[in-house]
Design a binder for this molecule. Structure first.
Ligand code: E4P
Length: 217
């Protein structure tokens, strides 16, 4: 499963890409406003930090206007991936952009039928929002499982990009359900390496090692 980092904070992206574990980045208008930075400037900086796809979201509602915004965003770098909302207009823009060979992430997916439409529109990625469904007491992971089944039934190549991930358990469950990608907040990615027994075990090994009086280098 690929890991994208879900943020527009370039310090976090720089720190995480240095681990070699990051395959791309997703942003959205809320993350851009949180960064307090100019949209195109921050996307350009992120695109220099990773070779993977960097999702930049259009804000127009009509297909033609979305395509005009996409054309501007695509000038920024070759790894820009255009993010469009899951609306009929967004799907029309998706089809037009993927027909031109561009990568498209269809966002704000909350049902299997929406994911089916995105695949038929040639989406590179479909972004089902797990956490926002869980917030409503609807099982977000069931949606990932349903989309996996549907895409496998018909051999769709659209990648399932699990989004709105809030916990380490979400990451594990996405991997079990067969999501192709998970886009994860920086804090959750960093937390995945933690285990109390790892810390305890390392402490004990180092204490014993110091008793040997040896050094490896
Ligand atoms: C990513 O592409 C989405 O915009 C993001 O994961 C949404 O997460 P949220 O529901 O925590 O805002």
């Amino acid at each position: 499963m690929k890991f994208f980092v879900d943020t527009a904070d370039t310090n976090d992206i720089r720190e995480l890409t240095a681990t070699g574990l990051i395959d791309g980045v997703t942003t959205n208008p809320s993350l851009i406003v949180k960064s307090g930075r100019d949209f195109k400037e921050v996307i350009a900086e992120i695109c220099e930090l990773t070779d993977g796809p960097v999702s930049a979201e259009v804000t127009a509602l009509e297909c033609e206007a979305m395509l005009a915004e996409a054309a501007e965003l695509l000038k920024i770098a070759k790894n820009v991936c255009i993010k469009v909302p899951l609306t009929i207009e967004g799907l029309k823009a998706c089809k037009a952009l993927t027909d031109q060979g561009h990568k498209v992430n269809v966002t704000l997916c909350f049902s299997a039928n929406q994911a089916l439409l995105a695949a038929k529109a040639g989406a590179t990625f479909i972004s089902p929002f797990i956490g926002r469904l869980d917030d409503l007491n609807i099982d977000g992971m069931e949606l990932i499982e349903d989309i996996r089944t549907i895409y496998d039934n018909y051999g769709f190549e659209t990648e399932i990009l699990a989004a709105s991930i809030r916990t380490a358990n979400h990451v594990k469950e996405c991997a079990l359900a067969g999501a192709d990608v998970a886009t994860i907040p920086p804090g959750v990615i960093k937390g995945l390496a933690n285990h109390v027994l790892t810390e305890k075990g390392l402490e004990a090994f180092l204490a014993d090692w110091s008793k040997t009086g040896q050094s490896i280098v």
